[in-house]
Design a protein around this ligand. Structure first.
Ligand code: PEP
Length: 253
């Protein structure tokens, strides 16, 4: 049975003090509501990870990135082993902002995924098309290419540690959400791509999150879709009440 997950991606927001406050609030709300069917993750900036992991009793913590090298003379980088040493169980890799602004290619991501898995971090792997690709009808090809190039070197056992996040780039931070039908259509396609490579059972067990302006108002509709297993939430994860509404919506389906 695949897991239902609601994961926040704080991006480059919150000072350390603000981040600790937000994480405490989310942790307390999750503890009180006890949404038994949902794994709640907060993805925080690197410098928050150790402190947030220390207070996290009812939530998991993810880094938003890790380095493509194991260790050494890479000034300013943070390795998968360092992320793991803060207590994290997850790392978000391949976010469209990293692909677009930091030249993160599938080739680089293969190295990052390998290091994350070696360090026993599960990977939330992001994929999604830009608007021009959707308008040209290329969205299925683009998403398939990123999955094949970024992940299909993995064994089936390793693939069990991957959570996929479909994030149409035109929906991220724009307030323009994919319709639940568009999300379901793509998630179903993604599951079929995974099934072709690893078989039906692995595909069935793979959690596929939707991300892109998912919020307290539209989460319920998105999560009603059979192949939408949860969400990767940017802006709305910075408000504990909104994030909790999204978690509750996931738990109710
Ligand atoms: C994201 O950054 O992964 C994201 C989905 O952002 P937002 O929810 O703000 O669109």
């Amino acid at each position: 049975m695949r897991k239902k997950i609601v994961a926040g991606n704080w991006k480059m927001n919150t000072t350390l003090a603000e981040g600790i406050e937000l994480a405490k609030e989310v942790n307390e709300k999750v503890k009180a509501a006890a949404p038994a069917g949902v794994k709640v993750i907060v993805g925080t900036p690197f410098i928050h990870l150790a402190d947030v992991n220390r207070l996290a009793t009812d939530i998991e913590v993810a880094a938003e990135n890790c380095a493509a090298e194991a260790k050494g003379a890479y000034t300013g980088e943070v390795s998968a082993a360092m992320v793991k040493s803060t207590g994290c169980k997850y790392v978000i890799l391949g976010h469209s902002e990293r692909r677009a602004y930091y030249g993160e290619t599938n080739e680089i991501l293969v190295k990052k995924v390998a290091l994350a898995l070696e360090n026993e971090l599960d990977v939330i792997f992001c994929i999604g098309e830009v608007l021009e690709e959707r308008e040209a009808g290329k969205h299925f090809d683009v998403v398939k290419k990123d999955i094949v190039e970024g992940l299909f070197n993995l064994t089936a056992e390793q693939f069990g540690h991957i959570v996929l996040a479909y994030e149409p780039v035109w929906a991220i931070g724009t307030g323009k959400t994919a319709t639940s039908e568009q999300a379901e259509e793509m998630h179903k396609f993604i599951r079929s791509v995974v099934a072709e490579k690893y078989g039906e059972q692995v595909a069935d067990d793979t959690t596929i999150l939707y991300g892109g302006s998912c919020n307290a108002k539209n989460a319920d509709e998105l999560f009603s879709m059979p192949n939408v297993d949860g969400g990767l939430i940017g802006g709305a994860s910075l408000k504990a009440d909104d994030f909790m509404t999204i978690i509750t919506a996931r738990n109710n389906h």
